[in-house]
Design a protein around this ligand. Structure first.
Ligand code: GDP
Length: 363
């Protein structure tokens, strides 16, 4: 080696540095990650009942999972939590995009946590999430203040499946949240379609957030949504929008008078507020608690929850029958064939359906 020209002290050319021993390929400080042992359903339930939100989150993930082994665990956890659930006030919140739902939920949440000593879970049902594969509703970044609150649990809309499936998961998540000690549950949805009915079927109070618009706002609202509402609140009653908001509120009040008295016996109230400037928020909650007292006294509160339980029983049956049918491997294959035959008018849709159902019930 020493007779190599590089080792000659006179040598002025490029030299090769002496190497260092090459480090091990694997970082020695990285210990093999302990594989997390899966909790048993009893352990999940125990942690949830202790208010452990990390475990609550994991259980909600199981509820949302499509995998049947996850579903099996989830159902057991739910069953164990059920006796400890039901003690919250469940509030549905809807309004068109831009109505101020996230701003308001942020403001409502800070008020409930700060002034009413509540623990709040914010859930969502977003019908569009199936297509976009990612829901914005219930997103933490939209609710900056409450997302930093330890007394608030935020969970975006489950993203996969039919509206019925998504709604069922949200309803089951309500149970887990209640078992974890959350005494107020918001279920947010966009006021644009079927999802309000789903939300209405799982809450005690349905709040409709409206905007004062151009004076023809009443034409824009679907009668169905207004009929479902237990309270209508006109947002953005601030600055030079106050008068318009008051006018809109008066119009909603008049419109509501034309509807028959709802089965709750409660005449829906209309109020104005500003979610952004946090004006009128205590009044909204006084109204909601007044409604709860009123319906608890006249029995409607329990009646509504019982009807909802019955509704969800049938919904679950429907959903599971459907899943079982579509997930059966024979049907999966046959579906493609029959679909093609129907498209080529080789067989009518009714006959095709009957053939597949006959086969399903025979196996
Ligand atoms: P969402 O789509 O229903 O969730 O509505 P956002 O909460 O995102 O609000 C839509 C827009 O309206 C945002 O630019 C908000 O800053 C604004 N906004 C929300 N609440 C109020 C309010 O009370 N007053 C005013 N002036 N603007 C508001």
């Amino acid at each position: 080696m020493h007779h190599h020209p590089e080792n000659n002290p006179q040598y002025k050319g490029l030299t090769v540095n002496e190497g260092v021993p090459s480090p091990p390929v694997v970082n020695p400080y990285l210990r093999e990650r302990k594989k997390r042992r899966n909790f048993t359903p009893a352990e999940y339930a125990e942690q949830i009942l202790k208010g452990n939100v990390t475990v609550l989150s994991q259980a909600v993930t199981l509820v949302e999972s499509q995998r049947s082994e996850h579903q099996a665990v989830a159902q057991e956890v739910i069953e164990k939590c059920l006796p400890h659930a039901g003690r919250s006030i469940r509030i549905g919140i809807t309004g068109v995009p831009g109505a101020g739902k996230s701003t308001s939920i942020d403001a409502f949440g800070m008020y409930l946590v700060g002034k009413r000593n509540r623990k709040l879970a914010v859930l969502a049902i977003d019908p569009s999430s199936e297509r976009s594969k990612g829901s914005i509703l219930g997103d933490k970044t939209r609710m900056e203040e409450i997302s930093r609150e330890p007394a608030v649990f935020i969970r975006p809309s489950p993203s996969a499946g039919s509206l019925g499936g998504v709604a069922r998961k949200t309803r089951e998540t309500i149970i887990l949240c209640e078992a974890a000690g959350f005494d107020t549950v918001f279920v947010e949805t966009v006021g644009v379609g079927q999802s309000e009915t789903a939300v209405h079927s799982m809450v005690d109070f349905f709040l409709l957030i409206q905007l004062a618009g151009t004076g023809d706002e009443l034409q824009g609202i679907k009668r169905g949504i207004m009929e479902m509402a237990d309270g209508i609140v006109v947002n953005k009653a601030d600055g030079n929008n106050i008068e318009k908001a008051n006018l809109a509120a008066a119009q909603y009040r008049n419109a509501l008078h034309l509807f028959p008295l709802p089965p709750s016996g409660w005449t829906p109230k209309v109020m104005t507020y500003s979610g952004y400037y946090k004006n009128g928020i205590p009044e909204i909650w006084d109204m909601i608690y007044e409604y709860i007292d009123f319906t608890q006294a006249n029995g409607y509160f329990d009646f509504r929850r019982n009807s909802q339980a019955r509704y969800w029983m049938y919904e679950s049956i429907d959903e599971q029958l459907k899943n079982h049918f579509y997930q059966s491997p024979e049907i999966g294959q046959l579906l493609k064939i029959k679909e093609r035959q129907v498209l080529h008018s080789e067989v009518s849709s009714f006959v095709a359906a009957k053939q597949m159902l006959d086969m399903y019930f025979r196996t």
